[in-house]
Design a protein around this ligand. Sequence first.
Ligand SMILES: NC(=O)c1ccc[n+]([C@@H]2O[C@H](COP(=O)([O-])OP(=O)(O)OC[C@H]3O[C@@H](n4cnc5c(N)ncnc54)[C@H](OP(=O)(O)O)[C@@H]3O)[C@@H](O)[C@H]2O)c1
Length: 324
Amino acid sequence: MRAIVWTAYGPPDVLQLRDVEQPVPGDDELLIRVKATTVTAGEVELRSFRFFSVLTVPLRLFFGVFKPRGQRIPGQELAGEVVAVGAHVTRFKVGDRICAHAGLRFGGYAEYATLPERGMIVRIPDGLSYEEAATLPTAGLYARYFVQRGDPGPGQSVLVNGGGGSIGSFAIQLAKTTGAEVTALDRTDKLEFMTSLGADHVIDYTQEDFSQRARSFDLILDVVDKSWFRRAVCALKPGGVYLHSNVSLLRFIQTKLTRDRNDRTAGFVTDGNDREGLADLAEMLSSGELKCVIDRTYPLNEIACAHEYAETGDKRGHIVIAVA
Ligand SMILES: NC(=O)c1ccc[n+]([C@@H]2O[C@H](COP(=O)([O-])OP(=O)(O)OC[C@H]3O[C@@H](n4cnc5c(N)ncnc54)[C@H](OP(=O)(O)O)[C@@H]3O)[C@@H](O)[C@H]2O)c1
């Protein structure tokens, strides 16, 4: 089968199209004909390994210290059709249309992938395209974790930091469904896009430092983890909550220590294993309650171009790879 192999840590062209052996499902696994996958910010960061966090050393040990070990195929999330099932599989059958989060197992950048049936896999509604479904397991679920953890309500004021990206574009919409007033923050050319997703107000981070808006927000969803932590907290109303997903040690300590005399707190959002949440998102997308904006779609053999485009920062919403 054709697959993208991660040959080194470096620029987009370390991702190379190769003919590799098609995987064979184990007794409790599904064989999936991949129809669509995505380019997430996480994959772009991992590909080059130019980041530092408490996870850097464990991730290097896991993936390979000097270069990716073995014939590693990237791709954290995928959508496709089940074409074979192992002897012990009970939840799925051949012909099911699914989307899945492969996590660090990866494997989405290929024509076929195997995943254990107990993994983050859900059936998708008939009317939902594979391209749209592929955007849900990482960005959709992460946005959902943020909004669920923050639990805003009618009349509350929510700031989504990084609202023009994959996670942010879903977070704006999910926060709006709670009745909250949503302000979205991103760069100049994404302001109109965020308004089109339902944001009540937008802020251009290249023109304004939102942390100067003292005591403005009940909840800050910092999905892009780019704000100055101490200052961002100042933009919260008394009792407000700042949520982020940054795994650096400094952020961890700050998060634990933050509870000022105005009872403003910070929290860390991590991913879970919420299959029901993923199925809900697929229903919402299929019914039109949620919009998924695909900025560009690339074929598998143009994966390097897709990663290059992701690095420009120009994208709004999602980049999808159409595999079949
Ligand atoms: N499993 C995963 O892969 C995973 C899961 C959860 C979280 N994350 C992490 O979460 C982060 C966001 O992910 P994503 O997929 O939503 O990324 P994305 O699609 O690249 O979106 C990020 C958005 O934030 C904007 N931005 C950059 N700096 C900003 C600032 N200072 N203030 C406000 N907005 C700013 C970016 O605009 P510009 O074009 O100006 O940069 C972009 O529009 C990534 O760092 C990612 O690694 C990853």
